[in-house]
Design a protein around this ligand. Structure first.
Ligand code: ATP
Ligand code: MG
Length: 792
């Protein structure tokens, strides 16, 4: 690593980067203080200065997007090749990676399928049917989502179905569990039903050779806890956004770190926003107890935002009286105040955002791009008005984490085939693929095949194959004929996949074999856009193949000098198998050449691709397209850890922020704090006095989070948008580390902008640009139709 990378850092950051790797470290600091930057630089430092093998470093990020960003930053520091060796990703992705390699140690099959929430819902829905009558007698209806959320809660706390059933039977334990809200307490019947559903749900997952997201953590913990050797290769673990880890994630970190006790975490208690998903901010304290030598380093300089954005954000979060006050200075000038405005409806609010984005773009010359703007929402469902306003004004935009790409039915169709090829036991994939495109195989036939699979202890695919091969003569010949167009493509594809064919080619072949484009054209009115999505899936596969090319070429071992015996290694290749290379745990120090051929029979590119797609729920595939220059619309939760030059937070209203459904108001306040602190140069908060709710326009009030601040600290917000004086533009350029705009060019762009919009020139107005908060021409802000009086 070049010395210049360290030169950027302030004293505290430098201390954190160079801190002795053998002493556990907590870096606690506010938003924008360079926590993620320090973590990234520390990884580079461990590799280049402490000679730690890149492949023995585990870096845990909160989202896949964050992992990609970290990868990019590291590539710049230590090169792409070294970066690709680091074990980087979410806790779930890390677990999946290690579990594939060491599946036998925790009694799993290496080809398990990661089951997404949609599939989990289908499983619960089926199981619920058995309880319907019993529940109906008590007039109780249970929703799948509610059941799954309780199951997930129990799982993330490490409670097995037996633990929960046990708690229900023992009155003292039951009371304790109720207090901790581990189990519902509305009625004994509900509790009992959910506990039974939990048990049956787990059984179904195992029968399907599949794991849900919570299982990845549970089995991951088991793997590292019971098999120290696996963790021994991890010489250092680093965790970003530690304040949002849940119990299972904490334990995972603890067991991975147990062997070497080399651990670095960064976090900010003020940004803990996942309590609703069982995150425990107390894990910070727990770590200090479990690793008593832990050193804390605090960072107090904010490098992200202007002074006024930071002041307003801190004023919001400081209303939480239980919070420990902290020091945070910004490196930047004070800058224009954040804007706080009211609009009569969400449409006017959205129109303002679109118009304002265009004005800022024109007023800053070439300094800002579309991708410099973000609209952060409390819920995804608030995005409709914003999306349509941006579209109307021709502003390119993307909704991050909106309608999830991998949940689209055409994408699921293709993935189902791929899953059947990889894991024939996975019933949801089989049930979907066997009659897509429609082959006239009805529910009854599918159900008969599944029953036979269960009684004969076969996979559903094997049953289908036997029917096709006439080994089940009692099944009528038409069924056999109908199965031809399913079994033949599967056979072909399986052969290709076993030979290591790349997923993108497998998908292309599949599309031809099953005439999928025709199927879409015949059955879907929007066939073209669905076909585009299928092509996008191929793009995703291509991207995966390029990014993972080093892993795809070197499949033998995730850990230096080590690999694990696979279930079928011996049967498939008896003469190539060197038993002496493995110890009783199935783990081996690999000798050059020993079992190296076998290695290629594990982790096919297809399996790794399926895993990547199942775990990429937060990655918007459109990102992979060359054109990334788009305004981002996303939720405040998904915006965590990210930053944009200009941020809009609309709908800051009572009932929305805090959400009327939220259990913890303080967590909502921190969420607003997280949203506001994403802004580097300009921040716009707004609310509307009327909003359409369930088809009716209802009056809305401003969020108490804001009016309390406004009342106690007047002057933090401005009622009108900044006029973007020359001084503002220079500040913006310095915050964004970009060149100050060329003034002549800016004036020219502005002139053009106003001329095309049929408006008078702003720069020629009397008063020039010296008065920072002068009210600019109203129609620039609110369009030509209406003019709204900003909320004073
Ligand atoms: P969050 O809590 O929101 O995740 P963070 O503490 O992780 O924030 P980073 O994202 O690492 O903060 O950094 C915020 C911004 O500040 C980034 O653009 C980063 O490059 C910049 N930055 C951090 N430290 C420095 C520094 N010493 N000099 C210049 N810029 C810095
Ligand atoms: Mg960060």
């Amino acid at each position: 690593m070049q010395y210049s990378h360290l030169q950027d850092l302030n004293q505290a950051q430098l201390r954190a980067v160079e801190h002795d790797p053998n002493i556990p470290l907590q870096i606690l600091a506010g938003p924008g203080s360079g926590k993620t930057k320090v973590l990234t630089t520390r990884i580079a430092h461990l590799i280049s200065q402490r000679s730690i093998e890149p492949s023995s470093i585990c870096a845990v990020t909160f989202t896949n997007k964050a992992a990609n960003e970290m990868r990019e930053r590291l590539s710049k520091l230590i090169g792409m090749e070294t970066t690709s060796l680091i074990r980087m990703g979410t806790f779930h992705a890390l677990c999946a990676m290690f579990l594939r390699r060491h599946a036998n140690l925790v009694k799993l099959n290496g080809n398990f399928t990661v089951c997404d929430s949609d599939e989990s819902k289908k499983i619960v829905s089926k199981l619920l049917k058995a309880h319907r009558v019993k529940l109906a007698t008590k007039a109780i209806t249970l929703r799948e989502e509610a059941v799954l959320s309780l199951i997930s809660k129990a799982k993330s706390k490490g409670h097995s179905p037996d633990d929960v059933l046990d708690m229900l039977e023992d009155p003292s334990k039951r009371r304790k569990a109720q207090k901790k809200a581990d189990i519902g307490s509305i009625s004994a019947l509900i509790d009992q039903t959910i506990a039974t559903l939990y048990r049956d749900y787990e059984r179904t997952l195992r029968d399907n050779n599949s794991l849900d997201f919570d299982d990845l953590l549970i089995y991951g913990v088991r793997l590292f806890r019971d098999h120290r050797k696996v963790g021994k290769w991890c010489k250092h673990i680093l965790v970003d956004e530690f304040q949002d880890t849940n119990t299972m994630q904490y334990e995972l970190m603890q067991h991975i770190a147990a062997a070497n006790r080399c651990v670095t975490i960064v976090g900010d208690p003020d940004q803990s926003i996942y309590g609703w998903r069982s995150a425990e901010v107390e894990n910070l304290q727990r770590m200090r107890q479990d690793f008593p030598s832990t050193i804390q380093i605090l960072l107090e300089h904010n490098y992200r935002s202007t002074g006024s954005i930071l002041a307003a954000s801190v004023a919001i979060v400081a209303q939480d009286k239980s919070r420990i006050p902290k020091t945070l200075h910004t490196q930047h000038a004070i800058g224009p105040n954040p804007t706080l405005q009211a609009f009569p409806s969400e449409y006017e609010e959205a129109t303002f955002i679109a118009t304002e984005i265009k004005r800022l773009l024109a007023a800053t010359g070439d300094m800002l791009k579309w991708s410099d703007f973000a609209v952060l929402l409390r819920y995804n469902s608030l995005s409709r008005a914003i999306e349509s306003a941006l579209q109307q004004q021709g502003i390119p935009n993307r909704v991050l984490g909106g309608h999830k790409f991998f949940e689209r039915s055409e994408v699921k169709d293709i993935l189902a085939y791929m899953q059947v090829i990889d894991n024939p036991q996975f019933i949801p994939a089989f049930s979907r693929a066997v009659n897509t495109p429609s082959r006239g195989i009805g529910e009854k036939t599918i159900s008969e095949m599944l029953t036979r699979a269960a009684t004969l202890n076969l996979s559903p695919l094997e049953v289908a194959e036997r029917i096709y091969d006439e080994q089940m003569p009692d099944i009528k010949p038409p069924v056999r004929r109908k199965l031809k167009s399913f079994i033949e493509p599967i056979k072909n594809l399986r052969k290709l996949a076993n030979n290591g064919e790349l997923p993108s080619n497998l998908i292309r072949t599949l599309l031809d074999l099953i005439h999928y484009e025709n199927h879409l054209k015949k059955t879907q009115p929007d066939a073209d856009s669905r076909w585009d999505n299928v092509q996008e899936l191929i793009n995703f596969a291509r991207e995966f193949e390029v990014n993972e090319s080093s892993n795809l070429q070197l499949p033998e071992s995730p850990l230096p000098g080590e690999r694990v015996a696979g279930e079928n290694d011996w049967e498939d290749h008896p003469d190539e198998f060197d038993h002496n290379a493995f110890d009783e745990d199935g783990i081996a120090e690999i000798k050059p050449g020993a079992n190296s051929k076998l290695a290629s029979h594990r982790d096919t590119p297809l399996r790794l691709f399926l895993q990547a797609s199942m775990l990429s729920t937060d990655v918007q595939t459109q990102d992979s397209r060359a054109d990334n220059n788009k305004v981002t619309i996303t939720t405040c939760h998904a915006a965590k850890g990210l930053e944009w030059p200009v941020v809009f937070v609309p709908a800051v209203e009572k009932g929305t922020f805090p959400s009327s459904r939220a259990e913890d108001v303080e967590e909502e306040r921190r969420l607003l704090y997280v949203a506001c602190t994403r802004a580097q140069g300009l921040l716009y908060l707004s609310h509307s006095t009327g909003r359409m709710v369930s088809g009716e326009t209802k009056p809305q009030e401003i969020s108490e989070f804001i009016w309390v601040v406004k009342r106690s600290t007047p002057g933090l917000f401005s009622a009108t948008p900044p006029n973007l004086s020359r001084e503002d533009r220079t500040l913006l350029a310095s915050v964004l580390h970009r060149d100050a705009p060329d003034e002549a060019k800016v004036s020219q762009r502005l002139e053009e902008h106003y001329r095309t919009a049929g408006q008078t020139s702003w720069s020629s107005r009397p008063g020039g640009s010296t008065n920072r908060y002068r009210q600019p021409p109203s129609n620039l802000y609110f369009g030509s139709r209406t003019r709204h009086q900003p909320h004073a």
